[in-house]
Design a protein around this ligand. Sequence first.
Ligand code: 1GP
Length: 244
Amino acid sequence: MIDVEIKERVKEGEKMWAILIDPDKLPLEDITDFILMVNKSTCDFILVGGSLINHGMFNEYVKKIKELTSKKVIIFPGNNLQLSNHADGLLFLSLISGRNPDLLIGQHVKVAQQVKESNVCTMPCGYILVESNKLTSAVYMSESLPIPRDKPDIAAATALAGTLLGLQFLYLDTGSGADGNVQTNIVKAVKEVTEVPLFIGGGICNQQQLESAWKSGADIVVVGTSIEKHYNQMFEFKKDVAWS
Ligand code: 1GP
């Protein structure tokens, strides 16, 4: 199961990265070429999801990706319609940085039975939005306030509360296409108080930012927009680096 695999790899000290695909930005007809490139990249996982998906073909989209790759596919849902039995894992996100009840528990209630009946490995994940230099879709669509960028203590307390409630993964995000990554002091503060696998995303666009996130405590760094704009950029991200 992918949840166990990630926990073991994190325990062994491995640093990983994932490519995020937003089905609204990459049309189904372009997916074959893109995934064939992803297969040659060093990325560990493929995440699929978005804050706003206008077509109703999410399941078909994930199925197609799985047919084209042996990399594990994890759903990173923007809402409860983004579900597919073809994925290896589902980040079952609770937006713990916000106070919007629908994203804390409401959508989960609506989809719980369907998730239980699916074959997908459910990964309970505390999703924490952090302020960046501009308003991102994730912040706007979630109707929630992000954690202020200069408040690592609030981020740490939020992460700790989430793990004490039993969440097994954490995801710190400034949102897709953010102007500014999650600050290193926030990542460090969260990593100091929790041991669960930590995803980081938002505005990562080069190897230096990837390594900086790993160094400050991220276990899995997620890259979406910069690769979506220039597909070849995926080959610039390396894993075999002396980052520690
Ligand atoms: C967004 O963390 C992801 O939720 C990835 O962000 O698209 O900015 O890389 P980018």
